[in-house]
Write a protein of this length. Structure first.
Length: 341
């Protein structure tokens, strides 16, 4: 059996063996293998859930898609920051603030006014997130410190805006954003639309390439002409857009505002969990947004599967923790294997 031909290049009398070109399948497996794995996991969990329900219909689908929307958008925003090499511990508090602010302003307002208020709330969250990014850039203080302090401030803002559960919104706005328990398509279209209209174009843009370069190696990115300040501030601003929409989703889903800080803390942890489970490396520069969205769906289905098994759904947090540990362990082993090969 003859060996495959080896490509050799000669320069100034020195011969160098060229690397063997990889196949299209191997490139796809390397780039999208983790996302495909999460998609398979979600499909298996969905089939399992369908087997638990005698008649799986629109109501059951809505409980999955509508219930996942806020976590999915929060995971998108968190993933962008992590890809850039940072982490945002203020994401959950920002979501709660957007929820309370929109619920206060939308109370007793018409459909058109609610749409205008939603745009204003998104502008505010984008601005606040950009300010957080600017503070990190100018001060040089690590992201984890600045965003942790910002989370306390935003939680206080939410309590100042609305002291307790309250507020409201127009019924038409609720149907537009969250649909209903018998109408799940808006939740699907908003989530897919955010990926198709915002993330996919940006990922191939100059900013998207700078985002990955900055997260992979900041010194190399700087030497390549990447604007460190611009990239970091824009990454937080884009994260603020998704986080603000997560707050609007809660307003549409619940029909009011809830300023509890525990909601923001849990949401932040879930966003990080979805990002990690979705294939976004905490070291930065690796991952996308499709995986975290699918991971958010998986995390949302865990309590439902526990109810179907007759288990206490309050143990869902334990199950999520075990899953995250296993995922991080597998990811670390795979990364170590790639480095050694």
């Amino acid at each position: 059996m003859s060996d495959a031909p080896v490509a050799v290049a000669t320069f100034d009398g020195v011969s160098t063996t060229l690397p063997t070109p990889s196949s299209a399948f191997s490139r796809f497996a390397r780039r999208q293998g983790w996302t495909v794995g999460v998609a398979v996991l979600f499909a298996l969990m969905l089939v399992w859930r369908m087997s638990q329900v005698p008649r799986f219909g629109n109501f059951e689908i809505a409980t999955i898609t509508v219930g996942t929307m806020s976590v999915a958008f929060l995971a998108m925003g968190q993933s962008i920051v992590i890809i850039s090499g940072g982490i945002d511990l203020s994401a959950g508090a920002m979501m709660v603030f957007a929820n309370c602010l929109s619920a206060l302003w939308m109370q007793d307002q018409g459909y058109a006014a609610c749409l205008g208020i939603a745009v204003a709330v998104l502008a505010i969250t984008v601005t606040l997130a950009a300010v957080i990014g600017a503070v990190i850039t100018v001060s040089g203080v690590p992201d984890i410190i600045v965003t942790l302090a910002a989370s306390f401030m935003l939680a206080g803002f939410a309590l100042f805006v609305i002291g307790g559960p309250g507020g409201g919104t127009a019924r038409q706005f609720q149907r537009l954003v969250a649909g209903g328990l018998d109408f799940y398509w808006p939740s699907v279209l908003w989530t897919v639309g955010a990926l198709a209209l915002v993330w996919f174009p940006l990922r191939r843009s100059r900013f998207g390439l700078s985002l990955y370069a900055f997260g992979s190696d900041r010194k190399s990115a700087f030497l390549s002409g990447v604007s460190i300040a611009r990239t970091r501030i824009l990454s937080y601003a884009l994260s603020g857009l998704f986080t603000g929409f997560a707050g609007l989703v809660i307003t549409a889903y619940t029909g009011g505002g809830q300023p509890r800080s525990s909601i923001g803390t849990t949401a932040t942890l879930n966003s990080v969990a979805a990002a990690v489970l979705g294939g976004v490396a905490l070291t930065g520069g690796v991952g996308g947004l499709i995986g975290p969205v699918l991971a958010a769906l998986c995390l949302t289905m865990i309590p439902q599967l526990m109810v179907g098994l007759g288990w206490d759904p309050s143990n869902a947090e334990t199950a999520r923790g075990v899953i995250i540990i296993l995922v991080v362990l597998v990811a670390g082993l795979l990364q170590a294997r790639r480095r050694s090969s």
